[in-house]
Design a protein around this ligand. Structure first.
Ligand code: HAM
Length: 432
């Protein structure tokens, strides 16, 4: 048999790495609970047409798409938002608004594997459905900020823009939506000049191209100054002015509520996904070029899927990328030291007693393992060290006759004889 490897772009997570992934996922799920988001679970396989409806060229080209045995054209989900919009349209129409939904899981994009870019990756995803108000936008920004803070990041920033600025201008110039998408894709790939040429070719006026050029230069960290400039640049394009004002209101709401995060406003910022209609943003840390989170407002998607016109917005945080960034920036998980007990019978006759003791410890919520390799005590103890066990329980015949066992603290190597009836209490007292 050949030696099997993982498929290119796919990864195994060994226990230490899997633990980090789960740590971030649990932190994200906690945020969901704190902000009132209910968790949903949607399938990994969806209809191809659902996933491609408004995902944009970049994602469309990179989907794991295939025909299933019933000849259905399906694909592995490259993101959650389309699935949530489907779910809301099909099964949650009557639910009172706002609907707040959280999900977490694996996604698939046939990206070129590189630092922070994987073919299978994990997101924590939040969608807020039913509100067109800026306070909803402020909430999505706030909860992403909250996750970053709770994970321990101190040096990060949000890149923020508004799709309505660009689309407002192009719509007024009567550039059709499909053609606008081409320009958005070019801007997302940072192909500024090509985007400007395309705008001109698609029939926009010379002065519009000049406005777009200026817009691309309108960026910076002084929020009020940049937004004032942006408003000036787009003067005369009503939709675009309204978009800048909307962004202003969202950011004032977050700032005035006392939340402080570094913000980079980019008036010409575009994201690859085509469903966005309003504020868009991404979150970055130094020395990692890829975004740790991305999101925005998509007010037309649910209607496109056959639902009532429903404003909505959301964000997805990349769990893998957050783990990478934590490693790179020395942000350590705040996990309290975990008690871990190994029960070692000194001979075969005592195996049943060891199993019984382990069951009782677990009943008291203490993680307990039994030595299952038949090792002698000294070997079992060095193995326990390797497994980062905090306490060893040695079950010997003499102590057992008196209803006792030996409890060894693996850190300070001290050991004492304790009553079996008090074993869990003694271990808990040691670690409290
Ligand atoms: P997205 O920007 O495509 O947005 O992805 C969100 C996050 O997922 C990224 O910021 C990144 O952390 C992670 N991510 C994306 N692609 C990869 C990859 N190849 N490898 C590792 N991590 C990756 C969305 O998916 C939207 N559905 C977000 C959203 C929710 N918008 C509204 N609601």
């Amino acid at each position: 048999m050949p030696k099997f490897k993982t498929v290119r772009g796919m990864r195994d997570f060994l226990p230490k790495d899997a633990e980090k992934m789960r740590y971030v996922e649990v932190a994200a799920r906690n945020i969901a609970r704190l902000y009132g988001y209910g968790e949903v679970i949607t399938p990994i396989v969806e209809h191809y047409n659902l996933l491609t409806a408004k995902s944009g060229e970049e994602i469309r080209k990179r989907m794991y798409a295939f025909r299933d045995m019933g000849d259905r054209r399906v694909a592995l989900r490259p993101e959650f938002t389309a699935s949530i919009a489907r779910l809301v349209t099909a099964k949650m129409r009557q639910e009172p608004k706002p609907m707040k939904l959280f999900c977490a899981g694996s996604l698939y994009r046939y990206d070129e594997p590189q630092y922070g870019r994987f073919r299978e990756f994990w997101q924590a995803n939040y969608e807020l459905i039913g509100s067109s108000k800026p306070e909803a936008d402020a909430e999505i920004l706030t909860l992403t900020y909250d996750l970053m803070e709770r994970l321990g990041f101190r040096n990060y920033w949000f890149k923020i823009g508004h799709v309505g600025i660009l689309r407002g201008i192009l719509t007024q110039e009567t550039v059709a939506e499909e053609q606008q998408n081409t320009i958005v894709q070019l801007l997302d790939k940072k192909k500024w000049n090509e985007a400007l040429t395309a705008t001109h070719k698609l029939g926009a006026s010379q002065s519009c191209v000049a406005v777009l050029k200026k817009l691309l230069e309108t960026r910076g960290k002084d929020v009020s100054k940049v937004l004032k400039e942006a408003k000036h640049v787009v003067e005369g394009y009503e939709g675009a002015v309204a978009a800048v004002e909307n962004l202003q209101e969202i950011l004032e709401l977050t700032r005035n509520s006392g939340i402080k995060f570094e913000t980079l406003i980019e008036a010409g910022f575009a994201r690859g996904l085509e469903y966005y209609t309003g504020m868009i943003f991404e979150c970055y840390v130094p020395n990692i070029e890829v975004a740790l989170a991305g999101g925005g407002r998509y007010d037309k998607l649910i209607e496109l899927f056959g639902g009532e016109p429903t404003p909505a917005l959301g964000v997805a945080q990349g769990i893998d990328r957050l783990v990478l960034a934590m490693k790179k920036h020395g942000v350590t998980p705040k996990v309290p030291e975990k008690t871990k007990v190994m029960i070692i019978p000194v001979d075969e006759e005592l195996r049943t007693k060891a199993i019984e003791l382990s069951i009782n410890l677990r009943k008291a919520k203490i993680p307990a393992e039994v030595e299952v390799m038949g090792r002698a005590v000294s070997k079992a103890l060095s193995n326990a060290d390797r497994r980062e066990v905090t306490h060893a329980v040695i079950v010997g015949p003499e102590e057992l006759r008196e209803g006792k066992v030996v409890l060894k603290d693996m850190k300070n190597r001290e050991q004492r004889t304790v009553e079996i009836a008090n074993l869990s209490k003694e271990i808990l007292e040691d670690t409290s």
